[in-house]
Design a protein around this ligand. Structure first.
Ligand code: GLN
Length: 248
């Protein structure tokens, strides 16, 4: 199962966020503490998206272990941003291992990640997929559950839903269609981040000027707080809110 994180706050280098902490995303790629389901390590790809000077996001994603790519290490040392979303991937058995299957998925200002699995894939969610424009199905990033979840969230965002509603409705409808799914989603536009906690762990560390959400705390700072299952977190750099998923 994948591990992901989102950060909003004063600019940090990608190295400070992804590589330097004692239990960094890099370390979580080969020694995660909390893997549920079938995965053991997160070696099937990784991706990071950031917002240069507050502009539209830039992404770098690859279908190889984060530890085996010298480019990301070099890039991370010289790239700083006040808004970052990153993930390391453990592909669900049978799902494509290609660059475009790694989070973040993106459109406009949005960056998106999924940690988990849709049970009964793909049959369980055919009725939900059938409600999407055919064009979206023909242009999915990859033939994976995560890419379809992004298409479902994006469809709601395009229709004008606020991000918290787009995430909550997607989680609720997919959970109903595919019981037992694990649906930890992360969505940001660089100012706000929305995260669902549904089947996997998520921890939050907030300071007066920053917020970091991560599948696993990346250090032993006492400020980390685990979000209970079945909740939605909505955060800016200065405010964190939490609601039960059924009532966002
Ligand atoms: N089902 C997702 C995929 O195959 C897996 C994400 C995860 O949490 N491992 O990409």
């Amino acid at each position: 199962m994948c591990r992901h994180l989102a950060y909003l706050g004063p600019p940090l280098t990608l190295r400070e966020l992804l590589f330097d902490p004692p239990h960094s995303l890099l370390r979580q790629s080969w020694a995660p503490r909390d893997m549920r389901g079938s995965g053991t390590i997160n070696a099937d790809g990784f991706g990071v998206g950031w917002y240069p000077d507050g502009g539209a996001p830039v992404r770098y994603r690859r279908a190889q272990p984060i530890w085996s790519d010298p480019t990301i290490a070099d890039l991370a040392a010289v790239t700083a941003s006040g808004a970052v979303l990153a993930a390391v991937r453990s592909a669900t058995v049978g799902m494509a291992v290609v660059d475009a299957a790694a989070a973040p998925f993106a459109e406009g200002r949005w960056l998106f990640s999924h940690n988990g699995v849709v049970r009964g894939w793909p049959d369980s969610v055919v009725p939900l997929a059938a409600a999407l424009p055919v064009r979206d199905l023909l242009t999915l990033d990859a033939t994976t559950d995560s890419a379809l979840l992004w298409a479902l969230v994006r469809d709601r965002l395009r229709a004008g839903a606020p991000p918290a509603r787009a995430v909550a409705e997607t989680v609720t409808s997919v959970a109903a269609a595919a019981p037992g799914s694990r649906l930890n989603l992360l969505l940001t536009d660089g100012h706000t981040v929305v995260a669902s906690v549904a089947g996997h762990a998520l921890s939050v560390r907030a300071t007066p000027t920053s917020v970091l959400l991560a599948s696993e705390p990346h250090d032993d700072d006492p400020g980390w707080r685990e979000v209970p299952d079945g909740h939605l977190v909505t955060a800016t750099a200065t405010e964190v809110r939490q609601h039960a998923l059924a009532a966002p």
